[in-house]
Write a protein that binds this ligand. Structure first.
Ligand code: BT5
Length: 327
C-alpha cells in the first residue's frame, strides 16, 4: 500500500489529496491511510497533513529504496525484486546468501553503506553512506563456468556505457574491471561465481560507483587515483537516476551476451579499453611482468607480448600503464 499512496501523492499535481480520496481510491479505511502515512514518515518522507485539505508530499528521502526506484525502473526483469539495506557488510556477501537460498535471476541487493565493502584479492572497497552506489545483481546464466569471465567484461561495458550516457564523458575500461575517468578510478567490479564442474549455479555481479564523493572524502592512499562523477561533472548527480540507467544497461548488455555471444561482448570491451599496443606493468601472484598488451581473450585473460617476444596470458592481477604507446 505504501507504493500506491506514494504514487497518488506524487501524482501530476502537487496539491493536497484528502484522506477520504485516498481511502476511496485504495479501498481502505481512513485510519489505515493515516497509519501508512505515519509509516512513510518514519522512512524519511516529509508529508504535510492538514485536517481540512488532507495530505501533501513535500519531499522524498534521497534513498535507493524500492519505493523510490521501482516507479522509475525501465527494466523488464533486472531489479524487479530489490533488497535494500541502510548498512551491510557487503552487498556481494548478502546477494550470495540470497542466491544460495534460491533468489531468482535479476534480484538486486543495494546498500546505502558497506562496512566491509570488498574489492578483488581480499582488498577493501571504500563505501561511505548516502553518497555512492553499492549494488549486487544475481544472475543465473546457462553457460559453462569457463565463460563466466565474459560476464565481468559484459558488466564493465554496461557500467562504462551508463557513465557515458549519463554524463557525456568518455570512460575507459582498465583490465580487468576498473572504470576510469581522467585515468582515475570511478567504479570497480567484483564478480563472484558459484558453480560445479560444468554448470554455473549463479554469478554475483558486484558494482561500486563513486557518484557524489568530494576529493577530500577519499582516504589519502587512494585520493590521487580515485574520482567521482560529481568531481568530473562539477555538480552533484542523482543516485536514483544513475541506478535506473545502470540497471537498464545491465539488462540490455546481458541479453546481447545471451543472444549474440562472446565475440560481441569482446569487441564492445576492446572498443572501450583501447588496450592494444599499450606498454603495461603487470603484477600477478607476486610476479612483476613488463610487456605490450596485445589483447584480452574470451576467458577474460590479458594477452601480453614480453620484451623477448614471448606471448603470455595473465588470468588475474593488476596492471599499470606505462606512458609510451607502441606504434
Ligand atoms: C574492485 O576491486 O575494484 C572491486 C570493487 C567492487 C565494489 C563493489 S561495491 C558493491 C559490491 N559489494 C562489495 O563488497 N563489493 C562490490 P580492486 O580492483 O581490487 O580494487 C580495490 C582497490 O581500489 C583498493 O585496494 C583501493 O586501492 C581502491 N579503492 C577502494 N575503494 C575505492 C573507491 N571507493 N573508489 C576508488 N578506488 C577505491
Amino acid at each position: 500500500m505504501d507504493d500506491e499512496i506514494l504514487r497518488l501523492l506524487k501524482g501530476p499535481s502537487s496539491a493536497f489529496l484528502s484522506g477520504q480520496e485516498i481511502s476511496h481510491r485504495l479501498k481502505v479505511s481512513r485510519t489505515a491511510v493515516w497509519k501508512r502515512i505515519n509509516h512513510l514518515r518514519t522512512l524519511g518522507y516529509e508529508i504535510e497533513a492538514s485536517t481540512r485539505s488532507g495530505y501533501r508530499l513535500i519531499q522524498s528521502p534521497d534513498l535507493l529504496t524500492p519505493l523510490e526506484i521501482k516507479p522509475i525502473l525501465k527494466t523488464k526483469w533486472v531489479g524487479k525484486k530489490m533488497h535494500h539495506f541502510h548498512t551491510l557488510d557487503s552487498t556481494n556477501s548478502k546477494a550470495y546468501q540470497l542466491a544460495l537460498n534460491g533468489a531468482e535471476e535479476g534480484e538486486v541487493v543495494i546498500a546505502e553503506c558497506q562496512e566491509k565493502g570488498r574489492g578483488r584479492l581480499g582488498r577493501h572497497w571504500f563505501s561511505p553512506p548516502f553518497l555512492n552506489l553499492y549494488l549486487s545483481v544475481i544472475l543465473r546464466p546457462k553457460i559453462p563456468p569457463h565463460e563466466a569471465p565474459l560476464i565481468t567484461l559484459m558488466a564493465a561495458v554496461a557500467t562504462a556505457d551508463t557513465v557515458q550516457k549519463f554524463s557525456g564523458l568518455l570512460p575507459l575500461i582498465k583490465w580487468p574491471n576498473d572504470i576510469l575517468l581522467r585515468d582515475r578510478k570511478l567504479a570497480g567490479l567484483l564478480n563472484e561465481i558459484h558453480s560445479e564442474m560444468d554448470r554455473i549455479h549463479f554469478v554475483i555481479l558486484g558494482i561500486g560507483v563513486n557518484l557524489n564523493m568530494d576529493e577530500k572524502m577519499f582516504s589519502k592512499e587512494i585520493r590521487a587515483a580515485a574520482t567521482s562523477l560529481k568531481i568530473e561533472m562539477g555538480q552533484p548527480v542523482s543516485r536514483k537516476a544513475f541506478l535506473q540507467s545502470l540497471l537498464s544497461e545491465l539488462e540490455r548488455w546481458y541479453s546481447i551476451f545471451l543472444k549474440e555471444g562472446n565475440m560481441v561482448i569482446l569487441k564492445a570491451w576492446r572498443d572501450r579499453a583501447h588496450i592494444k599496443g599499450r606498454r603495461v606493468k603487470v603484477t600477478s601472484f607476486g610476479e612483476v611482468i613488463f610487456g605490450t598488451a596485445t589483447d584480452v581473450d574470451s576467458d577474460g585473460a590479458l594477452v601480453l607480448e614480453t620484451a623477448d617476444g614471448k606471448r603470455k596470458r595473465i588470468v588475474a592481477g593488476d596492471i599499470e600503464y606505462n606512458r609510451k604507446v607502441k606504434s
